[in-house]
Structures are given as C-alpha cells and as structure tokens.
Design a protein around this ligand. Structure first.
Ligand SMILES: CC/C=C\C=C\CC(=O)SCCNC(=O)CCNC(=O)[C@H](O)C(C)(C)COP(=O)(O)OP(=O)(O)OC[C@H]1O[C@@H](n2cnc3c(N)ncnc32)[C@H](O)[C@@H]1OP(=O)(O)O
Length: 300
C-alpha cells in the first residue's frame, strides 16, 4: 500500500510545476494532485483554474499516469470560490490574464458585457471539466470542508471517498448565484434522487459523510485523512495494474453513456471496441489468467 509520505514529488521537472497544485508521482503509474493553498483553506482563485486546466491536460497525455488521487492540503479539502473572485463577480470586474490588470465590465455595453461574463464562466467550467476529459480515472479523497466549487470539482471525478470529518455544502445560493460550474449538471446523474438534489441546491444545507454515502455521493468513508489517502491509493493502484486500454476505454464509454441514449451508447462502444479489441492487452490479460500470472501492460 502507498502512503502520502512515500510519494515522489515530480515538481523538479517543469512538467508538473504549479503555483496552486502539488503533484506527486506515487509508485505504479499513480499520481497525487493536492490543492495546495492551505492558508486560505484551498480557496479557488484564477491561478488555480489555470493550473487545473494545465495539470489535467498534462496527466491525460502522460503515459506514466494511469490513475489520479485528488486531495487538499491542510485542514480542509476546499473552501470553494476565493472571496476575491466573488467580489469581482459582484462588481462585474474581470482579470485580464495577459497583463494581470483588472478592468470593469461595467464599461461595456450589455451585449459585450454578457459575452465577457460568458467567457469567464466557461473558463471556470473548463477547470473542472478537464477532470472528466482526462481519460485516467480520478479519485477524490475529501477531508474537512468541501464547499461550493469544491463540490463542483468532486462531481467531475470518477470516484468519491471521504473521511469521517468531511462535510459538503452546495453553498452557491447563499452567495446569491446559481451554481454554474458543474454541480447542477452532474450531481443529479450521480445521485439519482432529484428531490434530494433540489433540496440540497435550493437550501445550501450541509450534508455529512453518512448521508452522502446513503444517497450515493461518496462510496466509502474512512476514519481519518491518513486512512482515506491510503484507501484512495489502494484503489488507484488496483486501477493502475489493469490494462490502460481497458480502463480508459471504460471511462470513455461510461461518460458517453451518461450523456446519451442506450442505443447511441451501444453504437459508440461498438465503434470504440472495433479498434480497441485489436489491442495486445487482451492476449496479455487472457494469458496471465491462464498462467495465473500478473499481467504487465505497455505504456499508453
Ligand atoms: C472556481 C470556483 C468556481 C465556482 C465557485 C462556486 C461558488 C462557491 O464556491 S460559493 C462558496 C464560497 N465559500 C465559502 O463561503 C466558504 C468560506 N469559508 C469558510 O466557511 C471557512 O473559512 C471554512 C472553509 C469552513 C474554514 O474554517 P476555518 O478552518 O475556521 O478557517 P477560517 O479561519 O475561517 O479561515 C482561514 C483563512 O482562510 C481564509 N479563507 C477561508 N475561505 C476562503 C475563501 N473562500 N476565499 C478566500 N479566503 C478564504 C480566511 O479568510 C482565513 O484567512 P486569514 O488571512 O487567516 O484570516
């Protein structure tokens, strides 16, 4: 079993060097991504969004990565949207990423102001959608608070585990906005209980691990953060030991099926597998079963 302490930091290479994320390469193709702004309880700022987009696109292309554990450093998983960004939303100001100056959208006429806000929202959305676009399974390991943007983030991951001290809050209504970066779109499909989803989204009430597990938001609860990470790494290692062709084809199939009809999804998987069934991984897996050996799959 892997521990957080056994993680090898890969920040020495330029590849995974981020201001707001700490990326470590665990053994056997497993990566750990930690939101690394503990002083603000991992609040999500503009730099964080940029780092997320870059990091998950890199992980997606990295043949040495087969599964990812997503965690938060310090006391909480994430306090959600950074206060300052909330303030910018209220004042309708924008950060110009080319020269890091602020400009007021209020100087724009309504049509242009509306397009500028749309662009900003889509950039926010993409910083979590990259988790879904990454074909390597992502396991969220939540401890402490997981608020607003934190819930949006874990909704985009493949598996959600938490520790006993975790709590969740879809807090957007309390800050005067309709959640617009993934919770309203993904949560109903995760939970399958529209009545409960609406209750949680309309009220912003906190929910705790036992309730989250009861309605299928998290699949396992661990006594503390250390055991949570150990459990998440154990799962990530099992996934990483399988054929990467099979695992990544499965993620593509599951996400497609979530968003399309059964007929369309059967067609999609037939088209995908008419290519993937020609992989050497099938022979390797079958031979290993017959010989009672552990298969070793090539990098993908
Ligand atoms: C990319 C995002 C896209 C979509 C966003 C969707 C909307 C939302 O996320 S709405 C939710 C907004 N978040 C909140 O309302 C949470 C506010 N924070 C808290 O409730 C608490 O801080 C806490 C997370 C429960 C943690 O409590 P505690 O452990 O007692 O720490 P504090 O003393 O409260 O805070 C320590 C330190 O962190 C700063 N901080 C906390 N949250 C944020 C934040 N969201 N943004 C910026 N900074 C934050 C807090 O100000 C403290 O700073 P000091 O300098 O030490 O005073």
């Amino acid at each position: 079993m892997c521990s957080a302490a056994a993680a090898t930091s890969v920040t020495k290479s330029n590849k995974y060097n981020y201001e707001t994320l700490k990326v470590s390469n665990l053994t056997n193709y497993v990566f750990l991504v930690e939101i690394n702004r503990p002083e603000s309880r991992n609040a999500m700022n503009v730099q964080f969004q940029e780092d997320m987009r870059a990091c998950f696109s890199e992980l997606n292309n990295d043949p040495d990565c087969r599964s990812v554990v997503l965690s938060g450093s310090g006391k909480h998983f994430s306090s959600g949207l950074h206060y300052f960004l909330g303030f910018l939303l209220i004042t309708h100001s924008c950060l110009d990423l080319s020269d890091l100056s602020f400009f007021s959208l209020n100087d724009l006429e309504p049509g242009r102001k509306s397009f500028a806000l749309g662009k900003m929202i889509r950039a926010f959305q993409e910083s979590f959608t990259v988790i879904e676009k990454c074909t390597k399974p992502v396991i969220s390991a939540v401890h402490g608070a997981c608020i607003g943007g934190g819930v949006d983030m874990v909704c985009a991951s493949d598996v959600r585990y938490c520790s006993m001290d975790a709590w969740f809050q879809i807090k957007e209504v309390d800050v005067g906005l309709a959640a617009d970066v993934g919770t309203l779109q993904r949560l109903p499909k995760i939970v399958g209980n529209e009545s409960l989803v609406r209750e949680l989204c309309f009220t912003g009430r906190k929910f705790l691990p036992d309730e989250a597990k009861e309605f299928g938001f998290v699949s396992k609860i661990f006594p503390d953060k250390e055991k949570l990470l150990a459990g998440a790494f154990e799962l990530a290692n099992v996934i990483a030991s399988k054929s990467p062709i099979a695992v990544q084809g499965t993620k593509l199939g599951l996400i497609y099926a979530r968003d399309h009809s059964v007929t369309d999804s059967l067609n999609q998987i037939a088209l995908l597998n008419q290519s993937l069934l020609q992989s050497e991984d099938l022979i390797k897996a079958a031979t290993a079963i017959l010989k009672k050996q552990k298969p070793v799959f090539s990098k993908l």
